[in-house]
Design a binder for this molecule. Structure first.
Ligand code: MEV
Length: 438
């Protein structure tokens, strides 16, 4: 049977499912039942989800958890997190509680500039192109007015457009490099619409520019697109306290813990193998909040990792120091987020998450997300430099195995007590359950 199909997108949802299950599944009945089991019984809600993307067959759930007790700039937040990985929400909550008692998190937005580019090819005289750009610049802005009018009324819009010569890298390659202020919107649609208008104006005006030769008039637009690299859309999050307040557990002094912690950060600053894992832990916190609030985590990921390599080598996003007896731990990251537009008014759980956060502005959300990332890194380094992470993970692992064997609460209590002093491995847990049940 052919595994390819023409016109799949034209089929109805149930025709799509029928084709999928009969073509790719041995037990097509069970596959179809599972697909349908994940449909929402509220048809309107299901239709809303169906229409987010194309060829929807069902829903894919992620848990939405909450990490409470985050004190950020003297305000308390309960942070929504959509994530499948166990321990992340627990770690965030633990870090929140730890810093709540030590003055909380401080966060500030440093800048909010978004970027977009029109990439084009021009093989003529560079000086004539410069003159052309100067001449048409007001028209570029003017032609985009229908798109920018509303944004301008709210205080945003296009903040600059410049011509960049990239011919040293690719023959004939130039850019219109533009910057934008998009306020509470992430701004992707706004920026891309402006850029596509710039490209049209550029092409049309070139045809009429008298100083261009016949060949020079034919500017070739390659593409017009925003950049997800936003090194000037920056937020900083920080925690600090006296070193002696960093009491961790009886096995390590506050001073020793602080010093080990700073060393762990230093290692991630200079060692890319460690930096990637270190930053992955930060992204556990960031992505979860970005996703819960309906933002584009792929854009955020791409931009942040580019920022982590801005000095030519991939490095830690966080930094730490001890100075005059004060421990300070901080991070600066680029974040282009929106609290209006996109999914924010469409996805009911995104609306819920934003309400939970007190309907934040984009700037506030930048601060909250950065804090979630910093908290996550604090929690990870705190375990790594003291008990190791397996202790916590193994507890979750134990619970997962116990649930898999449908252990009763009485069995769970006994086995949790047993594994306080015994190493958790899959075999050891299975054996212990069997012994108990014998
Ligand atoms: C696991 O998801 C994240 C950690 O590996 C992060 C780290 O090593 O810092 C625990």
């Amino acid at each position: 049977m052919s595994k390819t199909i023409k016109g799949f997108s034209k089929l109805s949802k149930s025709e799509k499912i029928d084709w999928i299950v009969s073509t790719y599944f041995t037990d097509s009945k069970s596959a179809k039942a599972l697909i349908k089991q994940y449909w929402n019984t509220d048809q309107k809600l299901q239709q809303l989800h169906d229409e987010f993307i194309e060829n929807t067959i069902t829903n894919y759930y992620l848990p939405l958890g909450v990490a409470p007790n985050f004190l950020i700039n003297d305000q308390v937040y309960a942070i929504p997190m959509a994530i499948e990985e166990s321990s992340v929400v627990a770690a965030a909550s633990k870090a929140a509680k730890f810093w709540f008692d030590r003055g909380g998190f401080k966060a500030e937005v440093i800048s909010t500039q978004k970027i977009g580019q029109v990439h084009f090819i021009y093989h003529g005289n560079p000086e004539t192109l410069k003159t052309f750009f100067k001449t048409i610049k007001p028209k570029l802005i003017d032609d985009a007015k229908p798109i920018t009018k509303n944004m301008e009324q709210r205080g945003g819009g296009i903040t600059s457009v410049e011509l960049r010569d990239k011919t040293d890298d690719i023959k004939g390659y130039y850019q219109l490099h533009a910057t934008f202020e998009t306020l509470d919107a992430m701004g992707a649609n706004f920026i891309n619409s402006c850029l596509e208008q710039f490209a049209k104006t550029l092409e049309n005006e070139a045809q009429q520019f008298e100083l261009f030769s016949a060949e020079e008039k034919d500017i070739e637009i390659i593409m017009s697109i925003l950049s997800n690299y936003v090194p000037n859309c920056l937020v900083r999050a920080e925690v600090s306290c006296a070193v002696e307040q960093l009491t961790e557990n009886q096995n390590i002094s506050a001073q020793e813990f602080a010093e080990k912690f700073v060393q762990a950060v230093n290692i991630a600053e200079i060692e890319p193998y460690r930096a990637v894992t270190h930053n992955k832990g930060i992204m556990n916190g960031i992505d979860a909040v970005v996703l819960a609030t309906g933002n584009d985590f792929r854009a955020v990921e791409a931009g942040i990792h580019a920022y982590a390599s801005r000095k030519g080598s991939y490095s830690s996003l966080t930094h730490a120091k001890i100075e005059d007896g004060i421990f300070t731990f901080w991070m600066e990251i680029p974040l282009a987020l929106g609290t209006v537009g996109g999914l924010t008014k469409l996805h009911p759980l995104v609306k819920l998450s934003l309400e939970l956060l007190g309907e934040p502005s984009a700037k506030e959300l930048m601060q909250i997300v950065a804090v979630a990332g910093l908290a996550q890194n604090f929690a990870a380094l705190r375990s790594l430099t003291t008990t190791g992470i397996q202790e916590g993970h193994m507890k979750m692992h134990l619970m997962n195995i116990l649930n898999q064997f449908e252990a009763s609460s009485e069995e769970k209590t006994k086995l949790i007590a047993h594994f306080k002093t015994n190493t958790v491995t899959h075999n050891a847990v299975v054996e212990a359950i069997e012994n108990l049940r014998r």
